[in-house]
Design a binder for this molecule. Structure first.
Ligand SMILES: O=C(O)CCC(=O)C(=O)O
Length: 275
């Protein structure tokens, strides 16, 4: 099976991310966009606030993406063959809104230990400098967790507005992707993204994250699916894959999963965002 090449793996190890990786055709990515927008139209509150998480639990189309063999082949090269899907998040920036993502390291508040996990950011629309693609501080994953200021600033798409300050913007690399391509990034790389200044939405569907089955959740409870291999550790609750869109049983499990996710995201926090 085609996995990451040795050059791509080297890129990941040296820089803390690797991209672009071809996953879907432009048309397939557009089908995913239509599914997201169909849910937004029929169930207007479903993907808002905390509803941006775990959408793969209620949509067979988004579930299928998480099990895409091209994604899993690449992920397997990094974390090994026993792979769990422990969460998904939609990062949508609508045009002319204030959405941005401050520079941060994913590992800071997420409770996933050890760091045998990787985050897959799949472009559902093109992502470029104009519409606020992610920017990576190359090589920063080699350092430890840095201090994050909790800013809770307006428009910040992170739970606490957690921010690594004084990141040299001109040293960060824009992660430009075409719809259907993905990037993989390391738990400790410093990354963020700016405003969407285009006239269209910027949509990223993020598997946050693919974890090795040896990875525990030290802050709370997570709901996982087996993507490949075995789970000999059994740290997490396994859930079934959705059978049809917005199935009532799946909605119930997703609600519970989202409630439990809030307990992971916010311990010790003075404020709470809507996510
Ligand atoms: O979508 C973005 O701009 C940022 C997403 C992000 O921070 C992540 O996937 O870890």
């Amino acid at each position: 099976m085609p996995k990451l090449s040795s050059n791509q793996l080297q890129e990941y190890n040296d820089n803390g991310y690797v991209a672009p990786i071809e996953v879907l055709t432009k048309d397939q990515a557009f089908e995913i966009r239509k599914e997201i927008e169909n849910i937004e139209t029929k169930w207007p509150n479903e993907l808002k606030g905390a509803g941006r998480n775990y959408v793969h639990m209620i949509s067979p189309i988004l579930d299928e993406v998480c099990h895409n063999s091209k994604m899993l082949d690449a992920v397997e090269s990094i974390i090994g063959k026993n792979i769990l899907i422990c969460g998904t998040t939609l990062f949508i920036k609508n045009p002319h809104e204030k959405g941005f993502v401050s520079f941060h390291q994913d590992a800071t508040y997420i409770g996933l230990e050890p760091h045998n996990w990787v985050t897959a950011w799949l472009a559902i629309t093109d992502a470029n400098k104009e519409n606020g693609c992610m920017r990576m501080w190359s090589g920063s994953h080699k350092d430890n967790i840095r201090h994050h200021e909790q800013k809770y600033d307006e428009g910040n798409l992170l739970t606490r507005g957690q921010t690594v300050e004084n990141v040299p913007l001109d040293e960060t690399i824009p992660l430009i992707l075409k719809a259907g391509q993905m990037s993989l990034h390391h738990p400790t790389i410093v990354h963020g993204s700016g405003l969407n200044k285009s006239n269209d939405r910027r949509i990223g569907f993020v598997v946050q994250s693919y974890i090795g089955s040896n990875v525990d959740q030290v802050l709370g409870k997570m709901y996982v699916q087996q993507a490949r291999g075995d789970d000999n550790f059994k740290y997490h609750q396994h859930t079934k894959r959705p059978s049809n869109l917005m199935n009532l049983d799946d909605i119930k499990i997703r609600k519970k999963a989202n409630k439990d996710l809030q307990k992971i995201f916010y311990p010790g926090s003075t404020k709470k965002n809507s996510f």
